[in-house]
Design a protein. Structure first.
Lengths: 154, 154, 154, 154
């Protein structure tokens, strides 16, 4: 099971190289996270927060202004106080544009410290983790498409 | 040897949690990269470009509107066609706010493929790589400061 | 007749005052313009462009993160080489958040100068101008709602 | 007397037309306002705020990535509860890129209503208003440069 949202690429999100600027991808991932959090933890206490501890993005293909992109999100790991999310960004031709993984820490703002993942949230996250099988299969497909990426680090 | 720039945190770069939004950090890292590239590869051919293949950011402490932040940049690895950059973001109290590592691929836009790092650029990058010793020492200091980060993933 | 789009307010578009930052409104207006231009001038020559010569925004009420906002756009004036657009931004409670007016100039990039509005485009713009009657009525309604704006210049 | 700041144009602030995106100018004006407010009202009460009621920007020339731009700010009008600011944005060749005027309302967040300009602030603002003479002279010079703007509305 993947959570999927669609984003429209604004003109302001492109840059002088004619493509979507690298910083814009993080706007899309944030929107995906916000909407995902509302689903898996709908009635949260105001003292509870999700802190982004880390995010990594691999840029695989260029995206362009006025495109509609799809972001699918799932959970790849659940710890005691934190969990890992994965985002895959694809364009309308189903080409994988970017993939990201983020580490989220459950935080209590009143106590100013990280806290254990609440029971109901954990249960909800596990439902998205279960999706891992289907996702990694998708991941394989996507990886094959990656072979067309023309930049590759060594 | 570290390349250092200073950035001013704009009001627009904060969010409703009262701190600098996660997406804003990537604006700062991009500014650091742009200015670094001008130093290490000043007279580049218009067909030559630096492609950001990947970037990872660890968020360690909050930053706030109207602050001045310092970003120090150095090179952690040099491959055949790509190299790795590291950024460390500190505030005025010398607290480490975030650290990032980025993979940069040398790209020829005319041929639309990655190319070997040009000789002069490689030589320049190596000067910043030599700085690694001092940097990792700084990294240790910074790591000690990190112990005060109140969120930590597991 | 109004052209209407819906935008989702991203977390990154808010600021430390807890509301949508003033600069974010211009992102929304740009998206409205881009989509409007595709409708009224769908098959445009690559040498032809719409230049934003001027934009004015009145901020009437605060908007917040995670809201869905509606932007309605119409044409208020058509000149020889330029035309005026109006945007009204409302929230889900139908409160007017902001209104903007923009001056757009038709521009030929090859000749690097402004050009007369192409005939077909002019005809299309006039269809949206005709909407003026209904719009100004809406405008009046909206103005009544404005009386609740708690800041007012003198 | 003009308040002047310098901003660096980030790559992310450009767009696929190869120039600075229209939305980026408002980032620069906001930075200019923030810094100006700190000067003219340094020790403000947390309940006191400056609300941007309106802003208008005329785009006169293109600006480009990696440029350094100067923004000069002064006060053009002082009312009872609000005042008007003017920003002029110039590039390194002293060409006027854009000019903006903003209406600022003094606001009390606790009472949630606009309030009279505090006495000390008013005095400070008047010092910048006095600068009007020199500024409008500069304005004339700048206007002459404007004659080279290749888009002009009608």
């Amino acid at each position: 099971m993947n959570d999927e949202i669609e984003v429209y690429v604004r003109f302001s999100e492109t840059d002088m190289l004619g493509h979507v600027n690298n910083t814009s991808y993080f706007l899309y991932f944030e929107e995906a996270r916000t909407k995902f959090f509302k689903k898996v933890h709908p009635n949260r206490d105001s003292s509870f927060g999700f802190i982004l501890a880390s995010i990594k993005c691999d840029f695989l293909k260029q995206a362009y202004g006025d495109e509609s992109l799809k972001i699918s999100t799932n959970i790849s790991k659940i710890g005691t106080k934190s969990f890992h999310m994965q985002h895959i960004l694809v364009n309308n031709q189903d080409e994988k544009i970017a993939q990201a993984s983020a580490v989220i820490v459950c935080f209590n703002y009143e106590e100013q410290q990280s806290v254990a993942i609440p029971a109901q949230l954990r249960e909800n996250l596990e439902a998205w983790l279960a999706s891992k099988v289907r996702c990694s299969k998708e991941g394989n497909n996507a990886s094959r498409n990656d072979s067309s990426t023309s930049w590759r680090s060594d």
